[in-house]
Design a protein around this ligand. Structure first.
Ligand code: PLA
Length: 408
């Protein structure tokens, strides 16, 4: 088990780099002045700088001027939880009115997914989770590590149309075990940028009801997809209005730009308030030995922004501004690809939604782009649209045209 010469950990092998955050590390190491980081989904301004939203800056000042470093309760700031649930389900949702939700603060989207998955492993009899293919890579790890061992993929993206494989999706869902946990991206599907239409969501809901699935919504981009918080919550609200029990993981990383503050919420929607209360007591038993209680700073900022009508209005405006800039980059990249004569059809760039474009570039083409053009992006061909600006759109388009010709 141990090697005398090397010590107790000499058998430990080098782990692989993370498929997304590993790209950021590689980008940092590059010394080329032309390098372009389109890996991780983090918003950048036209000048390529991280953005602290003005609404967040003002809320932060208010938080800082009234310091409080006490422990939070295990479930976090109560107002934060109430406001988060309202943001997702809407003011007059029956879930909210009838207190059917157990909402707890957790460590951003990832931590919320993890707490939810562990709760399910303890209290939900079906250990099968259905994930879209492709999906955000961490989904494949979070569920089995939490004890939901049977991970299955359902068809989602159709490479030939670069759109939703709706028929394939429904066929796979109909074949899946009854009662499975059904993971759905609430909006701005990562990595494909392809969301179901309203009618398609209705079809998915019908199958979910037929098969008694437990939907688990991952909402990491509310407001970021369309620029409209309500619109981006359409699927969640449609399912909730049908009286579906479900889970929801919310992240404020992107929509408030609070990436590193790790602010998020997990909601379990139960049949009634009494059950929700018991569920909350069990969520505490998951959280307490995991991280005891969540951090307060970022959540206190979110409370201020959501509670203060002026800050809330400002936030909505700034959110729309970020979504608009991303959409502007879609149009521009599309035009530049045509100008550069990049082989192929590129309309999917403008049709996809959210933070990312799923370009359709192959792994060798991505590797070529990184080696020759210093463009850092994930190997599946995903680019973060927010990492682009006027000048880099042209550079990227020329790089893509070159990569496709070099590696057909
Ligand atoms: N769910 C989805 C669908 C995501 O895309 C991300 C983040 C998360 C959850 C988790 O975010 P959080 O824990 O920071 O709230 N995806 C990023 C970053 C933006 C990452 O991979 O960590 C991405 O580049 O895909």
């Amino acid at each position: 088990m141990t090697s005398a010469a090397g010590g107790l950990f000499s058998h430990v092998e080098q782990g692989p780099p993370d498929p997304i955050l590993g790209i950021a590390e590689a980008y940092k190491k590059s010394t080329n002045p032309k390098k372009l980081n389109l890996g991780v989904g983090a918003y950048r301004t036209e000048e390529g700088k991280p953005l602290v939203l003005e609404a967040v800056r003002r809320a932060e000042q208010a938080v800082v001027s009234n310091p409080d470093h006490e422990y939070l309760p295990i479930t976090g700031i109560p107002e934060f939880n109430a406001l988060s649930a309202r943001l997702a389900f809407g003011e007059d949702s029956s879930v909210i009115r009838e207190n059917c939700n157990a909402t707890v603060q957790a460590l951003s989207g990832t931590g919320s997914l993890r707490v939810g998955a562990e709760f399910l492993a303890r209290h939900y009899p079906v250990r099968t989770v259905l994930l879209p293919s492709p999906t955000w890579p961490s989904h494949n790890k979070i569920f089995p590590l939490a004890g939901v061992a049977d991970v299955r993929a359902y068809r989602y993206f159709k490479p030939s149309s670069r759109g939703l494989d709706y028929e394939g999706m429904l066929e796979d869902l109909r074949k899946a075990p009854e009662g499975s946990i059904l993971l759905l991206h609430a909006c701005a599907h990562n990595p494909t940028g392809v969301d179901p239409s309203l009618d398609q969501w209705r079809g998915i809901l019908e199958v979910a009801k037929e098969k008694k699935f437990l939907p688990f919504f991952d909402s990491a981009y509310q407001g970021f997809a369309s620029g409209d918080l309500e619109r981006d919550a359409t699927a969640i609200r449609m399912f909730a209005d049908e009286g579906m029990e479900m889970l929801l993981a919310q992240s404020y990383a992107k929509n408030m730009g609070l990436y590193g503050e790790r602010v998020g919420a997990l909601t379990v929607v139960a049949r009634d308030a009494a059950i929700a209360e018991r569920v909350e007591s069990q969520l505490k038993l998951v959280i307490r030995p995991m991280f005891s209680n969540p951090p307060r700073f970022g959540a206190a900022i979110v409370v201020k922004v959501l509670q203060d009508p002026e800050l809330y209005a400002l936030w909505r405006k700034e959110l729309k501004g970020m979504a608009d800039r991303i959409n502007g980059m879609r149009t521009l990249l599309f035009q530049e690809l045509q100008r550069a004569g990049a082989p192929g059809k590129w309309s999917h760039i403008v049709e996809q939604i959210g933070m990312f474009s799923f370009t359709g570039l192959s792994k060798p083409q991505v590797e070529y782009l990184t080696a020759k053009w210093h463009v850092y992006m994930t190997l599946d061909g995903r680019i973060s649209m927010a990492g682009l600006n006027q000048a880099s759109c042209r550079y990227l388009a020329e790089g893509i045209a070159d990569a496709i010709r070099a590696c057909p």
